[in-house]
Ligand binder design. Structure first.
Ligand code: FAD
Length: 314
């Protein structure tokens, strides 16, 4: 599996493969499985079709760890266009951003200016008042400034939420502060190769850390404070655990939700939505779709079938 994943990461990083794939008419069909569209307007259109299936969306502009000012400006414009479309769409949409897409590689000051301006646009255009700017969480070198950024936005009265990684040793302390703040928190296991100094490393310990964080976010205290937990996981055991804790502590179905990636465990997403669990899908958009999509194949070889079917035009 590791070798397979490495091969797919190699394909994701190859510039010539990326160029060929992104220009291929057939491969665009494959992209549709994992990617919402080429721009914010297409992403919002896709979000509307998901709404018909009782699924909400979290739009994400493809790209991470960007150091080129021009590319940062392009990202900013694309997200801004998406934010401006929120009101007209009438949907409940989150706008997900990585701080390193919006200037953190240059300076946190630049990042803060970009993210604050974007959060203001979300606030100005939010149709039903439920749209928020969700900060994704990247590697542990940026955990502290990302949390600071979140608290800054909240102090400004802006509609912001933040992602927390269960695997980090520091997370119980961060969650205590976020619970006191009545925050919207997206809880994920954590996707970066961190050392044992900053994170638990084994699968079992990672799952245990996730369960502990679920208990904190679904505690009676968190409910009183107005916390809104978003469980970012495809792991049915974690979702079942969250459902159990939520029911035990008297949380209503509209007070928490589950978020998964578009195209990953789609049948399970529909099954959860059908039995009343609020489900949101992470909906990436942008022209740079190949690296993101082929990484999803790396995570699950079954998705290779979609590549071949797309190439065959079937
Ligand atoms: P895993 O640990 O991957 O899987 C556990 C079990 O779930 C598997 O053994 C299997 O039984 C089942 N399962 C999982 N996937 C499948 C599948 N495709 N088919 C069948 N069964 C399956 N990470 C960050 O570090 N920062 C972020 O900001 C961030 N944002 C995220 C946002 C969203 C919406 C999501 C879904 C993930 C995000 N992640 C983020 C990634 C996250 O940290 C995990 O690395 C990733 O979600 C894999 O962990 P998992 O909980 O989904 O389950």
């Amino acid at each position: 599996m590791l070798l397979w994943q490495k091969m797919m990461i190699g394909l994701a990083r190859s510039e010539s493969v990326t160029r060929r794939m992104q220009n291929s008419r057939y491969m665009a069909r494959f992209a549709r499985r994992f990617v919402g569209g080429r721009d914010g307007a297409e992403g919002l259109e896709r979000a509307k079709t998901l709404r018909e299936q009782n699924l909400s969306a979290s739009l994400f502009y493809l790209g991470e760890y960007v150091a080129d000012p021009q590319e940062i400006a392009t990202t900013r414009r694309a997200l801004s266009d998406a934010a401006k479309g929120l009101g007209a769409s009438g949907l409940d949409v989150h706008l997900s951003v990585d701080p390193t897409q919006l200037g953190a590689m240059l300076s946190w000051e630049t990042c803060r200016e970009n993210v604050t301006a974007l959060a203001r646009e979300v606030a100005d255009h939010a149709g039903n008042g439920r749209d928020v700017l969700m900060l994704d969480m990247e590697d542990s070198s940026v955990t502290e400034p990302t949390l600071d950024l979140y608290h800054f936005l909240r102090n400004e009265g802006l509609p912001a939420a933040v992602t927390v990684q269960a695997y980090l040793h520091r997370t119980p302390g961060d969650l205590a502060r976020l619970v006191a703040d009545g925050a919207m928190v997206r809880l994920v296991k954590g996707a970066f190769a961190e050392s044992g100094k900053v994170a638990v490393t084994g699968r079992h310990d990672r799952d245990e850390a996730y369960r502990k964080a679920v208990v904190t976010l679904l505690s009676p205290k968190a409910r009183e404070r107005g916390v809104y937990p978003v469980f970012g996981t495809h792991d049915h055991r974690m979702v079942a655990f969250a459902e159990h804790v939520a029911a035990t502590n008297g949380w209503r179905r509209d007070q928490w939700e589950v978020e998964m990636l578009l195209g990953v465990r789609s049948a399970y997403q529909r099954e959860l939505a059908a039995r009343g669990v609020a489900v949101r899908l992470y909906l990436p958009f942008g022209r740079d779709w190949w690296p993101y999509s082929i990484r999803r194949v790396g995570e699950n070889p079954k998705n290779l079938g979609f590549v071949f079917r797309s190439m065959a035009g079937g």
